[in-house]
Design a protein around this ligand. Sequence first.
Ligand code: FAD
Ligand code: NAP
Ligand code: SF4
Length: 675
Amino acid sequence: MTRYPNLFRPLDLGHTTLKNRVLMGSMHTGLEETKDWNRVAEFYAERARGGVALMVTGGMAPNREGGVFPGAAGLFTPDDIANHRIVTDRVHQAGGKIAMQILHAGRYAYSPDCVGPSPVKSPISPFPPKELDEDGIEKQIADIATAAARAREAGYDGVEVMGSEGYFINQFLVTHTNKRTDRWGGSYENRMRLPIEVMKRVRAAVGDDFIIIYRLSMIDLVPNGSTHEEVVQLAQEIEKAGASIINTGIGWHEARIPTIATSVPRAGFAWVTKKLMGKVGIPVITSNRINTPEIAEEVLSEGCADMVSMARPFLADAHFVAKAEAGQSALIAPCIACNQACLDHTFSGKISTCLVNPRACHETELQIQPATQTKKVAIVGAGPAGLSTAITAAERGHAVTLFDKSDEIGGQLNMAKKVPGKEEFWGLVDWFGASLEAARVTVQLGQTVGAEDLDGFDEVIIATGVLPRDPGIEGQDGPNVLGYVDVLRGGAEVGKRVAIIGAGGIGFDVAEYLVEDTPSPTLDLQEWKAQWGVGDPEETPGGLSPKGPQPEPPKREVVLLQRKQEKPGKRLGKTTGWIHRAALKLKNVEMKAGVNYERITAEGLWISSGEARENPQLLEVDTIVLCAGQVSERSLADALREKGITAHVIGGADVAAELDAKRAINQGVRLAATL
Ligand code: FAD
Ligand code: NAP
Ligand code: SF4
């Protein structure tokens, strides 16, 4: 008997049946652009083997002008069809089903050739779209229908028509982007014409026995977005026009409300999909921040949707569904919604992968094979670098002993998890714990390891992490000065007025920790919605609250400082930095760049500005928290070297600059794969 009866109930679509209620949502991984179709096929086949009912590919352009960027993958030529066939065949051999997403970017295309309903430039692309004439619109519809027919020819089980997130089809629906006065603009009937026409033509192109998912924007989160009545009306028309399933889209890409970041509550938008339940006769899928089988089951049992879509969780663990079915939920590698290795990579032109699973999108190159010779392996340091090495090495058959001086595993992740909005890190540490046990790693906690303790091992791995950097500021030994470790680990008492020295990832996190009250809004959906100004789409078009953001007052008065002249937070995650900056702004955190730290006295912190050290100023604060970066903890590595013992040094112990858990885990898994 499964613990997830709703999740594992098959879904009958008439001409075909989905074996469970889990869809792998579309993700642009960059794999298709490598043109290594074996690699693309293996990525999807691995997930098909993992038991997901239906997968949706990354967005495929229906024509050149609709590509998200010049050269974006699509399905244009007979060669393309043959390449996609490699993917669909491999997925079918693995027992899976796959649909191709057709994505026309419209004004979001990063190209001077982009087109749209009206020449309204988007804030996320430098190119204003060319306004389409009647023939131009007909061409776009025809190209989308042709792409669907080609998808069928390439062996796909269906297509997803991307009608949300502010892309081309969505741009016709709202007056902000559609200023037309012809039959494609003006009244809602006219603005709705394009999606309905697309759906009819796609259905006509593919026949009845083919899945068509329509991704519909249920809450635009932009000013003058669709009203709830319009959303319902569109869904009903899309059903009539031939869709098999409606999938949920949340927020346009230009929206200034986080929709998938780690600080968004789990299943934080399922309530929006629920509003459509009962209003259409076809299955409805919900999405966004669903990352465990328990949450997925809850969403389904509460009647929020007929099916759940998860995307990034399938980067974190290709076998999510199979593990859930086998009752091994604790062994599912959790997607912590950090975006660090997936979306941040995409937006930097790199292939996506996953912070917790470096094999994601590297399936053909990074293989974890049983070891040819079993070794005794010692690993010192149970942070992410040591943990990932230990688990992978033990899974390969090595006898692994993992040491840490602390009485808990996790290293710095135990500080990260204390930060409001980073609660997902608890699950990450728990998963490491469950995986250590499953892989039978011998764990010795509370043991500070010296060079003398490491005799008798075939391989020694040093993953001792980092130490806080000493910024050497006059007066820093005073009672009003704390380090970030004292605050986040030790629970040291912090005054009401605080200056934070250092505005890197840790400085920002400490600021959030100090201004936010518990429990964090991430654990309280109503508070989170109020904080960001998410309203009820039944009351306000687009779902933006008319009151705007209503954050709780800050718990402390905080000023965040850095020496560099650049904008504080500039080097934070590409897709999440703006959220951290906005969150602190909502709490009135003051940010100062280009400062010099002169000295600390009982009254506070003396700073000056610029190279000439001008404008000396006393910041009258009760506490100063040092977040001035980190240096490698190499004392053990150095002692071993002196004794002539060869060791591998990984994670922060290897290089502290720009260290994060992504690099630590990647290095650990890759080393373990070679031992
Ligand atoms: P560590 O995590 O530092 O682990 C080293 C371990 O070695 C420790 O457990 C220590 O006790 C042990 N050790 C040291 N010496 C000895 C010895 N002689 N004997 C036995 N044990 C020893 N990264 C991200 O990617 N995303 C984030 O969102 C993020 N947020 C963060 C938030 C905060 C507040 C902090 C502090 C860090 C955050 N990081 C984040 C950074 C991330 O946690 C680190 O990059 C990562 O933990 C480094 O991994 P590591 O295994 O090299 O070292
Ligand atoms: P960091 O990002 O390198 O920031 C260090 C800060 O300290 C900078 O603001 C730097 O700015 C300042 N600084 C450096 N030397 C100093 C000195 N001698 N005196 C005073 N200030 C000094 O490092 P971090 O904040 O310690 O974070 C450590 C790592 O954890 C980072 O690499 C980061 O990637 C990772 N992390 C990631 C996240 C995430 O969300 N992805 C969150 C937390 C941490 P100035 O030099 O301009 O003063
Ligand atoms: Fe999830 Fe982070 Fe992995 Fe992306 S990188 S899939 S957000 S855990």
